[in-house]
Every structure is written in C-alpha cells, then in structure tokens.
Design a protein. Structure first.
Length: 143
C-alpha cells in the first residue's frame, strides 16, 4: 500500500515556491504533506495531495517539470523513540532509507511519516510484522 508523491522541479529563486503554491491554491488542490530540498540552482518540492490526477494536470498545464513516485506513508506512535525503532528496523533488514519527511493529522497519539525506500513491498512486509501500518491514499484524503 503506497501513496503517490509528486516531485516538482523549481528554480531556486525568491518567489518561485510562492508561485507554485499559488497555482495549487487557485485550482483547489489540498496538500497533505510537503518537503523542500534545495541545490544551488534548483529545488525539488515533494508533495502529497488529495487528488493526484487533478494536481498533475494542473502542474503540467502550468509548465512545471515533475515526476510521480510511489512512497510509503506510515502511522506510528507519537512517543519518544518510535521513529528510532522504525529506522533501526529498516536498517536491520537491509532497507535503505533514501529520504523521509513528516506530516500531521488530527489523530491524537499518532505521528505520520513519508518514507522513500528502494523496495516498498519489502518495507511494508518488515514494518507490518511490527504492527506499523502503511496509510493508503484514501486515508490521507479523509484526514
């Protein structure tokens, strides 16, 4: 069970991120999570949205270069050490963590993370054995 992440390439200049989020806003696209990574000349905005098809159409029509990647969204206990246990579990099972970022939801005592790993199915199996459940796209839309 994965979710689709949209990665958008932006110039690393003042106002470019605002221009991009204005496009999303003007088209009623609701972001559930966002991460920004930058380099000298460009940045990569990674977003999880309520409607991937609509968002990708809008982003394409606005002239942005983007890709769609399947990532894991997981729910975990909101307590000290929970993230460390998950990262250790992945490492102990030879699953490399390429990147991750957090997102919020109104469910008390839960925290949420987006994980990019080379093998989603293996990670789902390993995490599932410890009761860590992936969150599907429909779950994210309802949050």
């Amino acid at each position: 069970m994965t979710v689709k992440q949209i990665s958008v390439f932006l110039e690393n200049k003042p106002g470019k991120l605002a221009d991009f989020t204005d496009v999303l806003s003007a088209n009623g696209i609701d972001m559930r999570a966002m991460s920004l990574a930058e380099a000298a000349d460009f940045g990569i905005v990674r977003i999880i949205v309520d409607d991937v098809y609509n968002a990708s159409t809008v982003i394409k029509d606005a002239g942005y270069i983007f890709s769609i990647t399947k990532v894991l969204a997981i729910e975990m206990p909101d307590e000290p050490g929970a993230l460390s246990r998950i990262i250790r579990l992945l490492g102990d099972n030879e699953i490399n963590l390429e990147y991750m970022y957090a997102f919020t939801a109104p469910k008390k005592n839960s925290a949420y993370m987006i994980l990019r790993v080379p093998d989603n199915e293996k990670a789902i199996e390993v995490l599932g054995r410890k009761g860590i459940r992936p969150v599907c796209h429909d779950d994210l839309v309802e949050m």
